[in-house]
Design a protein around this ligand. Structure first.
Ligand SMILES: Nc1ncnc2c1ncn2[C@@H]1O[C@H](COP(=O)(O)OP(=O)(O)O)[C@@H](O)[C@H]1O
Ligand SMILES: [Mg+2]
Length: 256
């Protein structure tokens, strides 16, 4: 039997009568890298906002790790290990790369920034922060300010600050958006590495990234689940092909 870590039933979000997410039933297997794909405006980010409790659903339920989290607050689900990157983990541009990760670790531990800290404790954070920077390939960047990092490295830092929260399940919304080829390859390798022992739900436009990373893929279109399966099966699905071609045709028309 499959071990399902996250399950939604009839998840629906309406904005003033416009249905952005419509009756979505999603099942994510523990330990998998699950992709959520679909044309622009399909409802992917809204789904993420529902799952991490940044938006209340209009209808439907969300179960995570055996609990109904539908009525919980974002901080509560984060404490249960369901963490969204690029949102909970703000990066402070004027602090150094190392300080950013250290702050995330301190926040994870107690949530307060005490005035009194022992040297030993700070040293422990430093060691753990450096290990995390190693994990995401930023060991040579520790003393740069975060704002000075090249774009692709900034995303890696965001992943490091997310990892500092020790998530059980990570939600990544378009981690490779706007990246160069080399950066994309590095992030793919990084997601693969950090997914060990975790579950990852990934929104991603780059289908090469999706095919390389995801065990299971759910395709959304106009708020509804259009198809689900492995990459080979969903990419062969005529409805999926039409949804993508349709959205590209609309895009081409919109751009004249
Ligand atoms: N806060 C909001 N108010 C009104 N409409 C919204 C809001 N957020 C998203 N939408 C609409 O919901 C649809 C889905 O958006 P989104 O989830 O961002 O799509 P995706 O991430 O798949 O591109 C879009 O048509 C978008 O305009
Ligand atoms: Mg989006």
């Amino acid at each position: 039997m499959d071990d399902i870590i996250l399950e939604t039933a009839g998840l629906t979000k309406e904005f003033l009568g416009f249905v952005a997410v419509s009756d979505v039933s999603l099942r994510v297997r523990r330990g998998s890298i699950h992709g959520l794909i679909g044309p622009n405006g399909a409802g992917k980010t809204t789904c993420f906002n529902l799952l991490t409790k940044f938006l209340p659903p209009t209808r439907g339920t969300i179960r995570y790790d055996g609990r109904d989290i539908t009525g919980m607050k974002p901080a509560q689900v984060a404490r249960l290990g369901l963490v969204r990157s690029f949102q909970i983990s703000a990066v402070f541009p004027h602090l150094s790369v190392l300080e950013n990760v250290r702050l995330a670790l301190q926040r994870q531990r107690g949530g307060s920034f005490d005035f009194w800290r022992s040297e030993t404790l700070l040293r422990q954070y430093d060691d753990r922060a450096r290990a995390l920077l190693d994990d995401v390939g930023l060991n040579g960047y520790a003393d740069l300010t975060a704002g000075e990092l090249p774009y692709g490295r900034k995303r890696a830092l965001e992943i490091a600050t997310t990892l500092a929260l020790d998530p059980v399940m990570m939600l990544l919304d378009e981690p490779t958006a706007g990246m160069t080829h080399e950066d994309v390859d590095r992030i793919v390798a990084l997601v693969k590495r950090v997914s060990a022992g975790r579950t990852v739900l990934l929104v991603e436009h780059n289908l090469k990234v999706v095919s390389g990373l995801c065990d299971t893929i759910t395709v959304l279109a106009r708020g509804k689940v259009l198809a689900e399966g492995d990459y080979a099966s969903v990419s062969r699905n005529p409805e999926v092909v039409t949804a993508y071609l349709g959205s590209e045709a609309e895009g081409a028309a919109a751009h004249g």
